[in-house]
Design a protein around this ligand. Structure first.
Ligand SMILES: Nc1ncnc2c1ncn2[C@@H]1O[C@H](COP(=O)(O)OP(=O)(O)O)[C@@H](O)[C@H]1O
Ligand SMILES: [Mg+2]
Length: 287
């Protein structure tokens, strides 16, 4: 019997994929989502969401997309990984994304085609163009400069490109050194790790979404406290720990995830990491 069947669940509650159906609206994520929506609706130009790995940036991006659905006049475009080297590659990628064909494949023509696209879409078709870039810490200063030029296109009261960057914290020094870019940020927000109470609610929420009946505690309060302690409230670590402890619970034919199971998983992980160090040391000594 699978672990889902054993628990009577419809879906996997702690998958690590960024599925909006499992997006718990913590105070942090709710505020980020609401303020991003406002920035886009008011056409404020540049917004930036920062957060360490696993704090929920990609899930937030997908949830934002879903919250606008196909709503007119918004057109969303998303780049999941902007790790291209050259300016011309980045411009070609944008042209592909916007489905526009420049007259010639030079940076000047690419830029002109994108400029025309933004003016036409906004002023003739009355659309709002939203470009979201995940993993934005990978954008080089040259590519940020390209984006800055597009952010300059504006009418008297609105910007023609709504740009939302989702990035790890390491982008911050880069942004601070590009004063012209930094000055254009209309909305910036850091996704901080969750508090213990919100983490508890998030776990209940995900279980409920997966089909677990309300009112039944699958994780004891002590187990959740340990998960919070070891994950530092970061959601990727939380989902992984929850998944592994649930598996352990099913294998041991228990009915609740308890504190010792969390400890066991954490120790197993530590032992695994130490074994890697030991193997590396042995290999080095052998040479
Ligand atoms: N608001 C949220 N509620 C519930 N789970 C979340 C939330 N945000 C993220 N997660 C979960 O945390 C994990 C990491 O999220 P992700 O968006 O990939 O983080 P990041 O992009 O910051 O590295 C995923 O398993 C995702 O399902
Ligand atoms: Mg991500």
């Amino acid at each position: 019997m699978s672990y889902l069947e054993a628990l009577g669940l419809k879906k996997e509650p702690f998958s690590t994929s960024p599925d909006p159906a499992f997006f718990y609206r913590s105070s942090i994520h709710r505020a980020a989502l609401a303020r991003l929506e406002i920035a886009i609706r008011l056409k404020r130009g540049l917004s930036i969401i920062l957060g360490d790995i696993g704090t929920g940036k990609t899930t937030l991006a997908r949830t934002l997309l879903k919250s606008f659905k196909e709503e007119d006049p918004f057109e969303f475009y998303m780049i999941f990984d902007p790790s291209v080297q050259r300016e011309s590659q980045f411009l070609a990628l944008l042209c592909d994304l916007f489905k526009i064909k420049p007259l010639r494949q030079t940076t000047v023509h690419y830029k002109r085609a994108i400029q025309n696209f933004l003016f036409e879409k906004n002023l003739s078709d009355h659309k709002t163009i939203v470009l979201m870039i995940d993993e934005s810490q990978k954008l080089s200063p040259a590519l940020l400069e390209v984006l800055r030029i597009f952010l300059n296109y504006e009418t008297n009261d609105t910007k023609l490109l709504q740009l939302v960057l989702f990035s790890q914290m390491e982008i911050l020094p880069k942004l601070l050194s590009l004063e012209n870019f930094y000055d254009r940020i209309g909305f910036k927000y850091i996704l901080r790790p969750l508090s213990l109470i919100e983490l508890q609610e998030m776990i209940q929420y995900r279980l409920h979404q997966a089909g677990w009946p309300e009112g039944q505690e699958l994780f004891t309060a002590q187990a959740i406290e340990r998960i919070w302690h070891y994950s530092d409230g970061r959601l990727r670590q939380v989902t992984q720990l929850c998944h592994q402890t649930l598996l352990k619970m099913v294998m041991h034919e228990e009915s609740q995830v308890k504190e010792p199971m969390v400890e066991e998983i954490v120790h197993e992980e530590e032992a695994f990491l130490n074994a890697q160090h030991d193997t590396r040391r042995e290999v080095t000594q052998a040479y």
